[in-house]
Design a binder for this molecule. Structure first.
Ligand SMILES: [Zn+2]
Length: 70
């Protein structure tokens, strides 16, 4: 299967775009494996690094326990 990000010719994943990053984490906010995301190694690493940066900048939670109950 061809990587979606390669098809879109994406060469940068913005860590501020949490709507997109949310698609690449599980319900527990764990980073999904490349088997699940269908990304190539290059783009999987890009997404994983963006998620880690978003967590550090407090744009995304590290675990589900950090989310606010509504
Ligand atoms: Zn790719």
């Amino acid at each position: 299967m061809v990587c979606l990000a390669c098809q879109e010719k994406i060469n940068y994943v913005d860590y501020k775009n949490t709507d997109i990053l949310r698609k690449f984490v599980s319900g527990q906010f764990k980073i999904s494996s490349s088997a699940r995301t269908g990304l190539c190694q290059k783009h999987q690493r890009m997404v994983a690094n963006a998620v880690k940066k978003a967590r550090f900048m407090a744009l995304m939670p590290y675990t589900k326990l950090q989310t606010l109950k509504k």
